[in-house]
Design a binder for this molecule. Structure first.
Ligand code: ARG
Length: 389
């Protein structure tokens, strides 16, 4: 029998997909990637088995996610359309790459995912699969099957005794991992409707909390966050700590209309406290240690990098080449940044680095001034020369 490895989330779609794939003649291996979505529970594993999976493979990818996907994107300064810190987009190539590895280990000839035909995630999954193993068959049940509504799908599940998650289904579509939460659908489909409290997953209730303003200090080494308040922390702990802390303040909420790769505009809200704080701090430290030309050039790279991630082009020569460039830019990005946490916002209030290019003796308006102001006239005259003539 042909074997397929299905990226299984534990939800209704992928549970039904197990049965659907079996009916198409496949032996189904359910693969669950743990990127911090808190859904890879034993209950979910049981559901997959009851739905008919011959085997369930769970992979804890959280550390790999942080080290090999999140940190490179942070170093690049990748933020899509100025706001989205790419939590969902960054996780897909990792999940898909590990899925290919499971397919190889299990000698499967096909992979399947539960993405719809309207989103970016199908693209990210399938481009990754094709880039890593073009011989694998790709099946997208949700894109193909005949169900016209969720109700119809639930009826099918009941008829075939496919267990479904008994916890109440959220009226929103939620994707969560350690780098952030993405929320869409439901009332959010009207771009003029304010996100209701119920749509917030991590920062809910921030409105009624009044945590005390506080400054935290984040240590960086070569562009990578390595500690908090002078204490070294591994990547995962540091991210989780900042998510917990930032959520208290309601930091990292984003509400945006974004341009999907498939050509439609969609309304999505995000909560990404750690990503927001770390991007701010990292960018600020760069402004202290990178010279002007490199800093400005790198801003263009950041945008390109964000597009590559968003468009599912992680496993491509350009992304690899950009990583090499970015790595070179980070050798002096070490030091620490003080960030003040306030209700709904964070702000950098101080930064220091042994590689600082800031010279007080040049910048000062005080008595210690070493800047020879007489030189300015000649500089300006030459700068203006082409325009004067
Ligand atoms: N729009 C985001 C992206 O394409 C998130 C997609 C998943 N969002 C969700 N709410 N299920 O990366």
């Amino acid at each position: 029998m042909k074997k397929v490895v299905l990226a299984y989330s534990g939800g209704l779609d992928t549970s039904v997909a197990i049965k659907w794939l079996k009916d198409k003649g496949y032996e189904v291996i359910a693969y669950m990637a743990d990127v911090g979505q808190e859904k890879t529970t034993t209950a979910a594993v049981e559901r997959a088995k009851k739905a008919g999976a011959s085997k369930v493979v769970v992979k804890d990818l959280k550390r790999k996610f942080a080290a090999d996907y999140i940190w490179p994107a942070l170093k690049a300064g990748a933020v899509y359309e100025g706001r989205y810190t790419l939590a969902t987009a960054l996780s897909r190539p990792l999940i898909a790459a590990e899925q290919v590895a499971v397919a190889h280990a299990e000698k499967a000839t096909a992979v399947a995912h539960g993405c719809t035909g309207k989103g970016n995630d199908q693209v990210r999954f399938e481009v990754t699969t094709q880039a890593l193993d073009g011989s694998l068959e790709i099946i997208a049940p949700v894109r193909e099957w005949e169900f016209k509504s969720r109700e119809e799908e639930i009826r099918y599940a009941k008829r075939h005794r496919i267990p479904i998650d008994v916890t109440k289904k959220s009226p929103f579509s939620i994707d969560k991992n350690i780098w952030g939460v993405s929320v869409e659908a439901g009332v959010l489909e009207d771009p003029n409707v304010e996100p209701p409290q119920a749509s917030f997953q991590w920062t809910r209730g921030a409105e009624s909390r009044n945590p005390k303003e506080r400054a935290i200090e984040i240590q960086f080494e070569k562009g990578v966050p390595v500690g908090l308040e002078g204490k070294r922390l591994d990547a995962l702990k540091l991210i989780l700590r900042l998510n917990a802390l930032g959520s208290e303040y309601g930091i990292g909420r984003m509400d945006m209309i974004e341009n999907r790769l498939v050509g439609i505009k969609s309304r999505e809200t995000y909560e990404a406290p750690a990503a927001t704080i770390l991007n701010q701090a990292h960018k600020d430290l760069e402004s202290l240690v990178l010279d002007r030309e490199l800093l400005h050039f790198k801003e263009g790279i950041a945008q390109k990098y964000a597009e590559l991630v968003y468009y599912g082009l992680w496993f491509t020569p350009l992304r690899v080449a950009l990583d090499r460039f970015v790595e070179e830019t980070q050798k002096n990005v070490s030091g620490s940044v003080r960030v003040k946490l306030r209700k709904y916002s964070s702000q950098v209030v101080g930064r220091k680095s042994p590689h600082s290019l800031y010279r007080e003796s040049l910048a000062t308006y005080g008595a210690k001034d070493k800047f020879d102001q007489r030189l300015a006239k000649g500089f300006i005259d030459l700068w203006a020369l082409p325009y004067k003539k």
